[in-house]
Ligand binder design. Structure first.
Ligand SMILES: Cc1cc2nc3c(=O)[nH]c(=O)nc-3n(C[C@H](O)[C@H](O)[C@H](O)COP(=O)(O)OP(=O)(O)OC[C@H]3O[C@@H](n4cnc5c(N)ncnc54)[C@H](O)[C@@H]3O)c2cc1C
Length: 296
């Protein structure tokens, strides 16, 4: 089942108009669920190409991802992309989740290796009769299911990659296994994204690579997220937000300006669209949209 008048996800992303997509995570409780649906309802009028829901490490959060993506498919005009990871799953369990997605009307999967339950910097531990790499999961899905598959890409290379070249080869392996689009980890500098695209294209990766955007709203959480991804906040960003550490409203406003400038630079430089990490809120994403210089 592919929406958009039978066009594939790749065709929709490359339609000539910029693609916009929004990422959510499975809420933990009723209040979180209400907030999520409010954000989805507020962002639906922007007619995103797709909305995605992440896949956690715990059983109940995993069930919630299946339930939420199914509800999006049934009750909204949006196309859900369900994340799926190799963490803690045997092949048989992965097949069970993929069956559940299919039965819920979810036909687009973001195939990932996944963060270990202890967090993104913890060592990877495989599962008996499971899969080792995201490219294996892409191949597994393409072999057994009629689903369109997206994958992750890393503007500065994955934290454990041996080199930027090795990292680009991993993206090529994902495309060769059947992936048709990629979404990046949050971009901190437009030039890092363009560097990734250049390395990938040189290896024959021609699928669309959508930059991931994390609105800068709060110094502490931004510092934590950057650190968890094994990177450093660029000086040009740090020097603009650190002086506002004691002024949360001023910092938020400057953060939105920085994110908006980044989005404009990415789109102007040829990015096929933008993928927003919404954290289940819509306001920051809507503010960035309003500020974009590029007509959307
Ligand atoms: C857009 C996006 C969405 C995400 N959503 C989620 C989510 O929902 N849930 C979650 O838990 N995590 C999520 N993550 C985090 C992601 O799972 C981690 O960053 C993970 O460490 C890498 O995932 P991957 O799919 O790129 O793995 P892989 O491609 O398997 O790469 C993992 C590591 O192995 C290396 N590698 C890959 N293939 C080979 C090979 N053949 N030989 C040797 N080395 C290899 C890579 O260089 C990398 O260092 C997301 C990340 C992004 C960018």
């Amino acid at each position: 089942m592919t929406r958009g008048h039978g066009r594939s996800m790749r065709e929709l992303i490359e339609s000539g108009e910029k693609s916009f997509s929004f990422e959510f995570f499975p809420p933990k409780d009723e209040a979180g669920e209400e907030r999520l649906w409010r954000a989805i309802t507020e962002l639906e009028p922007y007619r995103p190409t797709f909305v995605s829901v992440t896949y956690g490490a715990g059983g109940s959060s995993r069930d919630t991802t299946v339930r939420i993506t199914g509800r999006i498919a049934r009750e909204t005009s949006l196309t859900p992309v369900a994340h799926l990871t190799c963490v803690g799953h045997s092949r048989a369990e992965l097949a069970d989740v993929l069956d559940a997605y299919r039965d819920a009307g979810v036909a687009h999967i973001l195939a990932l290796r996944g963060d270990p339950p202890e967090g993104p910097r913890a060592a990877w531990v495989g599962t008996e009769d499971g899969l080792e790499y995201a490219s294996d999961l892409v191949a597994f899905i393409k072999e057994h299911y009629d689903a369109a598959v997206g994958v992750a890409a890393f503007p500065e290379g994955h934290v454990d990659a041996e080199s930027l070249e090795a990292d680009a080869l991993v993206l090529k392996a994902k495309q060769d296994a059947g992936a048709e689009f990629a979404v990046t980890e949050m971009v901190l500098r437009a030039s890092d994204y363009f560097g990734l695209v250049e390395r990938a294209r040189a290896l024959g990766v021609d699928m669309p690579i959508i930059p991931g955007i994390m609105p800068i709203l709060n110094l502490g959480s931004m510092n934590r997220m950057v650190e968890l991804s094994g990177r450093e906040m660029p000086d040009e960003v740090r020097s603009r937000i650190e002086p506002l550490a004691e002024d949360p409203a001023g910092l938020r406003a400057e953060g939105i300006r920085i994110s908006t400038e980044l989005c404009d630079a990415l789109l102007a430089g040829g990015a096929p669209g933008l993928h927003f990490y919404t954290l289940n809120f819509s306001r920051a994403t809507r503010e960035i949209f309003e500020g974009l210089q590029i007509t959307v």
